[in-house]
Ligand binder design. Sequence first.
Ligand SMILES: [Zn+2]
Length: 333
Amino acid sequence: MEEEFPHSECYRKALYPDQQVTVDVMLDGLIRTCRDASIFEMHEDQTSFVQYVQLFGAADALQNSRFLLQLTSDRNLLNLERRERAARLKRRLGKICQYARIEQLIKMVKRLPNILFRWVEDNLIGTGEGTFEIGVDPMDAVSRGLQGELSSQDIDAINERFPRLARNWDQRRFINPRIHAELRIILHLSPTLLSGSLTVFLSAHAVQRPIGCSKRSCLCCVLWIDAFNSGTRMLWMTSGSHGKPYDNWALPGAAGEMKGVRAWRRFDEHVIMGVYTRLTDTLAGVRKLAAKRISDEHASSGSDSDGSEGAEDDHIGKIWAGDHVAGLPVPMN
Ligand SMILES: [Zn+2]
């Protein structure tokens, strides 16, 4: 059992004290627990804590299981979709478990008192944070983002390119945008760095300020940091970007407003323009693919293609897949 479910001894002892459990039963139980126990509202009380601990036990065991490892390391291209779904599940299980890792981190820091740290707990005011209900029709959002009506051909092409858009949209009608972690750090530390004496002020610009993150930054964070750096001449940096836009990204707005940074208000605008560019590029790509499909359908059997269009398709495909930060977008998750 330890081979099938590494590091799960405590969980197994708690759930199956007599140790008489088969791999099938254990796996079935883990999947059911993860599915059923993940639907609860988190509050700062004992009930939520107990629910989280139960969910954590199952998520951690499933995340480390040989079953999931086998699915995520399957190189057979015929099983590509299954592998991607398994990888997505593993990432989500990891997100559930990350709060327990934070506990471990805090314990470590307490044991090693020489590590300097500071909690960023600013209650930022004037941001785009909150809970919002999105409109019923995703096409309304697209046309509002593009500031123009979509033609019926555009709508057909978008639906064809993103067949799960309407279903995904329906499933998540409420969004909770938050200021992402790297921006919180910048908003927390920059005002002090920029408000000192002229010497401090000038030296603040010359220093590279890397921010270590557990994952690469999203599209909007990178756009905002670029604007912030050019507006303040500071050099904040993260470990790269995967180029994806997220619907849970909140505009910092007036948060952390600081004296002497005239371009402050323009940072959000820079992000909005960047997202607009991404949206228009996406639509251009969708139209191009739709036009190509129609032309292929009308083409004679003796095609005169020399393969260059295939290369272009491949290029677009890679950009869709999010390999290119400034290129065409991938659909929001
Ligand atoms: Zn981000």
